[in-house]
Design a binder for this molecule. Structure first.
Ligand code: SF4
Length: 288
């Protein structure tokens, strides 16, 4: 990888397209419906937490919960009771998650808002021990704040809470890192930049399957599995391109893959037209 050459290529790649047109296909669409920063941060965490699987499947689930929370989700969550959550989440099911999982997240957010005044301050209260530990502390803090026993008593068992919120030091914590990108970077057309106490330089790439394969082909990592160590390695490579804002290419790379422009199984015609080809090992190989 030649950092200067790759940075120039990626800068042109990002600037050449109106990436904000992809917002409708992204969970960031939900927080963009709100203006108050307190609403933005809670809606963003709900949307990011449920953003796994296909967008056309998880988006109606997020939309259904938001419609039940009314015009100010932050105010609604600060006053939410377990009985309210039971009514709100009646019949909810999304893959690994049952009503109790989502109730822990919603009531945890509500209690943290009441305690700290914002999710940003709740996050800052758990800072320390590195980025991975800080993310885990944030997730643990949300869970600890929720009246979990009462939730289980009224709504039934939790099932996929570990999937909804990454508590442990396993996996790349993609959705929590995505949430942090939204809150800390910017403001621009996509990210909000409303958490001012943190710097974009601290962020970790929200590593998903699309970003992973393009990162490998661009030489940002040699690792082949998605996990924390790979996310660290990709982020370290991106820091060599831009130490102040290493995850600024994330939205464009992710949507380049998601849209089919750079599919998992490379297509020669796509590679021929691809602006990243000069630095892509696959693109160069297909042109030989
Ligand atoms: S050259 Fe081909 S494989 Fe490489 S990033 Fe572009 S479309 Fe993807």
């Amino acid at each position: 990888m030649n950092p200067a050459r790759l940075r120039a290529l990626l800068d042109d790649f990002v600037e050449a397209r109106p990436w904000s047109e992809r917002i409708a296909a992204d969970p960031v669409e939900f927080p963009h419906r709100y203006r108050d920063p307190r609403d933005v941060e809670v809606v963003a965490l709900l949307a990011a937490s449920l953003a796994y699987g296909r967008a056309n499947l998880f988006k109606p689930k997020v939309a259904g919960i938001l419609s039940g929370l009314g015009p100010s989700p932050a105010k609604a969550l600060a006053a939410l009771t377990v009985a309210d959550a039971r009514a709100l989440l009646q019949g909810f099911v999304y893959r690994f998650n049952l009503p109790s999982d989502v109730a822990v997240l919603l009531l945890g957010m509500g209690r943290q808002l009441s305690l700290h005044g914002s999710l940003e301050r709740a996050f800052l209260a758990g800072q320390g021990g590195g980025w991975q530990r800080t993310l885990a502390n944030f997730a643990h803090g949300l869970r600890a704040a929720a009246p979990e026993r009462e939730i289980i008593r009224q709504l039934g068992p939790v099932r996929g809470l570990h999937h909804l919120l990454p508590f442990a030091e396993a996996g790349a914590a993609k959705r929590l890192n995505l949430y942090l990108r939204w809150m800390v970077r910017g403001p621009d057309d996509i990210d909000f930049g409303i958490w001012r106490a943190l710097s974009p330089a601290q962020l970790m790439i929200p590593l998903d399957t699309h970003v992973m394969r393009i990162a490998r082909w661009l030489g940002l990592t040699r690792r082949s599995t998605i996990g924390w160590k790979t996310a660290e390695e990709v982020t370290a490579s991106l820091r060599r391109l831009d130490p102040a804002d290493p995850v600024r290419y994330d939205f464009a790379l992710c949507h380049y893959g998601m849209s089919g422009a750079c599919p998992a199984r490379p297509v020669q015609a796509n590679c021929r037209a691809c602006p990243l080809r000069p630095e892509c090992s696959v693109g160069r190989r297909l042109q030989r």
